[in-house]
Design a protein around this ligand. Structure first.
Ligand code: NAP
Length: 338
């Protein structure tokens, strides 16, 4: 942006067409409908990022019918800054749309120093959600997740904490993330006894990471719980982005990310072949990667990240072509398993 750029940021009025093209899927056997594509704020919304771009991404998302925004206490960097920035933008642009939004946050990874700022104790979860609500300026979140299983804290303590959070009106629903199938079944049993609406499991799932097919998806179906798939584009590797090198503004090129050059180099050949399959289907690779997940009934939503509004616009077009031939699926299988 130029120093003498006189463009004025206009007030935001959501597009009247925002619900025309998005598809909404039921989350498990709950009453909640989620957009087939949701937006995560793990990257691109921290104190190191442009708040102008972040604002444009959020506005574009909502105009495209993306009603679900996913946060966590430690998204940034710095920790907490994604929630804080979201809170500022929410107040400016979305406060009149609160009842049209489904907002998530989580706790479970390290957040503050000392023994009470990590894992799954009642002490940590309760304090963390209070802090998150304050940062975002919200009275409640729609869903609060335990972010990862805690091998030390009794599961019952964690689940009772989630239950009490719902009873206190600080979250409407609860979810878990990164739990293995057996842990998920045990959590579901406790939450059922506590009569808490447990509606979502957030799990890493993409053409390059299919661990959920080994029991988790079946467990979730048995329990009537939905699955929201995170990092569906393998952090950008399942897009056209790296086909001709590493762009300077990409996640691989930036600091503070969990994607490095080696991971990319290892996969580049497969990425090229997958891009060819997508091309023959008349899709971009990102669109095919999203459609490949959404073709499955158990996937309530695909949780993408985006560093620009254009990426979002491109990705939602995945919904135009969700069907796959057996031959395409076999080809993708041969490239997704090593
Ligand atoms: N529960 C958990 O433990 C957990 C863990 C990780 C993530 N999550 C959630 O899942 C969300 C999504 O994760 P993710 O960001 O890894 O998802 P992703 O969708 O796999 O990757 C997003 C990145 O891909 C690139 N991209 C997206 N669309 C593109 C397009 N059309 N063309 C080119 N590049 C494109 C962008 O990277 P560039 O920045 O390089 O442009 C974007 O930031 C997170 O925000 C978070 O809410 C949860």
């Amino acid at each position: 942006m130029q120093i003498n750029d006189k463009t004025v940021i206009k007030d935001y009025y959501a597009s009247p067409e925002r619900y025309d093209a998005m598809k909404y899927n039921r989350s498990g056997k709950s009453g909640v409908l989620l957009p087939a594509i949701s937006l995560g704020l793990w990257h691109n919304f921290g104190s190191v990022d442009s708040s102008h771009t972040a604002r444009k991404i959020l506005r574009t998302a909502f105009d495209l019918g993306i009603t679900h925004f996913d946060l966590a206490n430690n998204y940034g960097p710095s920790y907490g800054s994604a929630e804080e920035n979201f809170g500022t933008l929410f107040k400016k642009d979305f406060k009149n749309y609160r009842d049209e939004l489904f907002i998530a946050t989580k706790a479970g990874y390290d957040m503050w120093p000392g023994p009470y700022g990590n894992w799954g104790s009642r002490k940590y979860l309760t304090a963390s959600l209070d802090q998150s609500l304050k940062r975002m300026g919200l009275e409640y979140v729609d869903i609060f997740y335990h972010h990862r299983p805690d091998p030390e804290t009794p599961l019952e303590e964690t689940m009772v904490a989630l239950s009490d959070i719902v009873r206190q009106g600080k979250a409407l629903y609860v979810g878990i993330s990164n739990y293995q199938p057996q842990e998920t079944a045990a959590a579901a049993k406790l939450l059922k006894e506590l009569r808490v609406p447990f509606i979502l499991h957030q799990a890493r799932y993409s053409i390059f990471d299919r661990w959920v097919e080994d029991g988790l998806l079946d467990t979730l179906s048995d329990q009537g719980v939905g699955c929201i798939a995170f990092s569906p584009l393998a952090q950008g590797m399942l897009t056209d982005k790296y086909l001709n090198g590493i762009p300077a503004d990409s996640r691989v090129a930036k600091n503070f990310t969990y994607l490095d050059k080696n991971q990319l180099q290892e996969k580049l050949e497969k990425i090229r072949e997958l891009a060819n399959i997508a091309d023959q289907r008349g899709q971009k690779l990102s669109q095919m990667a999203i459609a490949w997940l959404l073709r499955q009934e158990q996937i309530s939503s695909v949780l993408i990240g985006a560093s620009s509004p254009d990426q979002l616009r491109e990705n939602v077009k995945a919904l135009d072509q969700l069907k796959f031939s057996d031959e395409e699926l076999k080809l993708i299988d041969s490239l997704s398993t090593s």
